[in-house]
Design a protein around this ligand. Structure first.
Ligand SMILES: [Zn+2]
Length: 352
């Protein structure tokens, strides 16, 4: 079969590999869609400490079961499935608290295990053990189902930031994740959602898709002043920073209303992880700052349901469909920020 394998930063190859088989407790899935994510671009550029090369990349997976391993109940050949990316151990202190997104023993598809930029994906037994395979509802395409993974991370972020009814929410960063944040905030009952972005072109593309109540061009205006003005000086209830920018994080704290919450949804470059915050703003205004790290298997289930129910539509966010052979070009397109969501569609040529 054909796969996309990471060997080293800037060395990602499309090549042949042996077809996987399902061992005890495992499934083999024919990948119908594996969508590209900003993380794939980051990995291409600089690798990742959890990724041991050579490794097949790709972690936003939907496809069909083609083989069921010994001892696996509930799944049959032909079932349409979505597979989680983050695999918690399910047994540690954090998992027992229900905080599976911060399981210290978490493994990930496309990092510790071979991923979905391949014709076939072996689903490890550890994924099935945490109920990490979800049935794709009838009528939902594989491409849409593959976006359950990024939406599950967005859902975890908005739960932690307690996005809810009647709020004014600011989303900073107008990539696919920012668009999902805008739509999920609406689904959770936010009254007004503003989208802030440095790139005018990207802002226009995203605003055309998700129609925020206000689109703030942070390259041409003072975004903090704009948010203060749009909220009558009160500030926003929740600010989600879905951009790898320390400046955006600092600005977000300054945008917060009294009792507001700031979500550092995106990580910062590992060589520049520090920011400067006016601690007295946080202190006197009782501002909360929360992180967000991936998602749990349950978030994946909920995300798939939100997409299937039409509460968070995703089909229009998928602007590009690529064959497996063009995955590296797709990664470059993600880096350039010229597309919204790209999805890879491996055309399996083997016999199933
Ligand atoms: Zn755990």
């Amino acid at each position: 079969m054909r796969v996309v394998r990471f060997y080293a930063p800037r060395d990602v190859r499309v090549e042949d590999a042996p077809e996987p088989t399902a061992g005890p407790g495992e499934l083999v899935v024919r990948v119908r869609n594996c969508s590209l994510c900003g993380t794939d671009a980051k990995i291409w550029r600089s690798g990742h400490p959890d990724l041991r090369p050579p490794r097949v990349l790709g972690h936003e997976v939907a496809g069909e079961v083609v083989e069921v391993g010994e001892g696996v109940g509930g799944w049959s050949v032909g079932d349409r499935v979505q597979v989680v990316a983050a695999v918690p151990d399910g047994t540690c202190h954090e998992c027992r608290q229900g905080w599976m997104s911060v399981c210290p023993n978490q493994e990930r598809i496309g990092y510790h295990h071979d991923g979905g930029f391949a014709e076939l994906l072996r689903v490890p037994a550890t994924v099935l053990a945490v109920d990490g395979v979800n049935r794709v509802p009838d009528g939902l395409s594989f491409a849409e189902a593959s976006l359950a993974e990024p939406l599950s991370c967005v859902l975890n972020g908005q739960e932690l930031a307690r996005v809810g009814q009647g709020q004014t929410v600011v989303v900073v960063g107008a990539g696919p994740i920012g668009c999902l944040h805008v739509r999920l905030a609406r689904a959770r009952g936010a009254a007004r959602v503003f989208l802030v972005e440095l790139s005018r072109r990207r802002l226009a593309l995203a605003a055309g898709l998700v129609a925020p109540d206000e689109a703030v061009d942070a390259g041409a205006s003072d975004a903090v002043a704009a948010v203060r003005e749009l909220t009558g000086g009160r500030g926003a209830d929740v600010i989600v920073v879905a951009a790898a920018s320390g400046q955006a994080q600092e600005d977000a704290v300054a945008m917060a209303a009294r009792r507001g919450t700031v979500s550092f949804f995106g990580g910062l470059p590992k060589d520049r992880p520090s920011i400067t915050v006016d601690a007295n703003l946080v202190h006197y205004r009782e501002v909360g700052i929360v992180g967000a790290n991936g998602s749990s298997p349950d978030h994946n289930k909920q995300a798939l349901e939100l997409i299937a129910a039409g509460e968070v539509p995703v089909a229009d966010l998928i602007t590009h469909r690529l064959p497996l052979e063009l995955t590296v070009e797709g990664i470059h397109a993600v880096t350039r920020g010229e597309a919204m969501k790209l999805t890879v569609e491996p055309a399996y040529s083997g016999v199933t």
